[in-house]
Write a protein that binds this ligand. Structure first.
Ligand SMILES: Cc1cc2nc3c(=O)[nH]c(=O)nc-3n(C[C@H](O)[C@H](O)[C@H](O)COP(=O)(O)OP(=O)(O)OC[C@H]3O[C@@H](n4cnc5c(N)ncnc54)[C@H](O)[C@@H]3O)c2cc1C
Length: 414
């Protein structure tokens, strides 16, 4: 297959396959894993949260201030257009209560198949098991000539779309090699951190609650040199700490703080979101007056999971057999403080193997937002998670991968 192509796409993930689906001419897609779209299949717990039920502006806002960079990509292919593309391919979508859009079948493989069929229809050839190690340029370094693989094979093309993803979940394909390739070409790469992951907690009792979830908790994260972070939503106790949607929201910032050398980041967790210490005190006062002979630990299990209630009573020094009538002021104070702001020590995030998204990547200032083309190396386009944009859960990251892949392909087709 060694030869000349009109364009080469490195990576058959969400962004690369979209670029292939909209490619023109002789297009070659090179993918390091044995099959395309491995990560796409794993998204949304295998259901694939393809996009969000919103418009281009709302998606941009989800990426924060830098989201404006995505204006052209998202205006050209917004969430409605992505859904229409999938529905044309026979995949009906449904919107869940929180605005997340999934295929009605609940199968990410259906989504992958639409992109594979479109890539095939466009005439793109996908070759798997090929790892690209370098983008080849002319002598000046200013113009793309092709790519080199780990076997030393050269594929020639004046256009290369780097769609390698970032660095998280290397088992699903993105191992950071795209960042190295871009950096070797002289493109600035903003330091990367694992985002949308879990937190490791020093306090041993937390691990004993592994598997227990709370539907609505609040988290406040503080540390020397860390801006105060707050999140609210479901949390999940894990063997090593805390996970769940509320934790995912802030894990990227925590990873950044830990790497920056803040070695003591503390969290305060309110186990019932929005209920402060006064709220709990009122409840405990009510027990004292009405609960009488009922055991405090059992009463607390009416508001919190039984095992958590038991751990909190131990931490507050409340004896296991203490009845509500005998709950003294000091015990009530300690218990209410723990329920509304339990202090925990964050030692780490769970790293690249578990994070869902890479924060950082190819600097936005290196790329044209109209074409995703490098401003330094002509013919080189960077798309998807490789680029320094990341958003919370909700289908936004895939929306960006799809839209940026399509924008680059459209620019090449012109
Ligand atoms: C478990 C999980 C669940 C997720 N769920 C959702 C969700 O439901 N909704 C959502 O919006 N986002 C979700 N995300 C995030 C989303 O999947 C990514 O942001 C998105 O897939 C990025 O697309 P991409 O094409 O840029 O990169 P990737 O999907 O990572 O694809 C990059 C591809 O390039 C290949 N590659 C890498 N380096 C090379 C190389 N040197 N040579 C050849 N090939 C290479 C890789 O093997 C891979 O196939 C989830 C992420 C994870 C990990």
């Amino acid at each position: 297959m060694t030869g000349r192509f009109d364009s080469i796409i490195v990576g058959a993930g969400a962004a690369g396959l979209t670029a292939a689906a909209f490619s023109r001419g002789r297009t070659l897609v090179l993918e390091r894993l044995a099959k395309p779209g491995r990560k796409l299949l794993a998204t949304g717990g295998g259901r694939c949260n393809v996009t969000h039920d919103s418009n281009a502006v709302e998606v941009m806002e989800a990426f924060g201030k830098r989201g404006r960079f995505a204006t052209d990509a998202l205006r050209a292919w917004d969430p409605g257009a992505i859904r229409a593309f999938l529905e044309d391919g026979g995949v009906e979508c449904v919107v869940e209560a929180d605005g997340c859009v999934f295929p009605r079948s609940g199968k990410s493989s259906d989504v992958l198949n639409v992109f594979l069929a479109a890539a095939e229809a466009a005439g793109a050839r996908i070759r798997c098991g090929v790892r690209v190690v370098r983008v080849v340029t002319d002598d000046s370094g200013g113009e793309v000539c092709g790519v080199e693989t780990s076997d030393g094979e050269i594929f020639h093309s004046p256009k290369v779309i780097l769609a390698t993803g970032g660095k998280c979940r290397p088992g699903l394909g993105s191992d950071g090699s795209g960042l190295e390739i871009a950096s070797a070409l002289g493109l600035e790469v903003v330091p990367v951190y694992p985002a949308l992951g879990s937190l490791e907690i020093a306090e041993k009792w937390v691990g004993r609650l592994a598997g227990i979830g709370l539907p609505d908790a609040s988290l406040r994260i503080a540390g020397r040199g860390v801006k105060l972070l707050e999140a609210r939503g479901p949390i999940l106790f894990t063997h090593r700490g805390l996970g769940g949607p509320a934790v995912l929201q802030i894990s990227g910032d925590v990873a950044q703080a830990l790497v920056a050398g803040v070695n003591l980041v503390s969290a305060e967790v309110a186990f019932v979101g929005g209920r402060d210490a006064c709220g709990w005190r009122e409840i405990f006062d009510g027990w004292r007056h009405a609960g009488g002979a009922k055991i405090v630990r059992n009463l607390l299990s009416e508001s919190l999971p039984k095992a958590l209630a038991a751990e909190l009573c131990v931490l507050a020094g409340v004896p296991g057999a203490l009845v509500a009538a005998n709950l003294g002021r000091e015990h009530a104070r300690r218990l209410s403080e723990l329920c509304s702001g339990c202090p925990l020590t964050i030692t780490a995030t769970d790293g690249w193997d578990a994070a869902m998204v890479t924060r950082g990547g190819v600097a936005l200032k290196e790329l044209s937002p109209r074409t995703m083309e490098s401003l330094k190396v002509r013919g080189l386009h960077c798309v998807g998670e490789l680029v320094d944009l990341d958003a919370p859960c909700g289908g936004y990251n895939l929306t960006w991968a799809f839209a940026s892949g399509r924008l680059a392909a459209s620019a090449l087709a012109r």
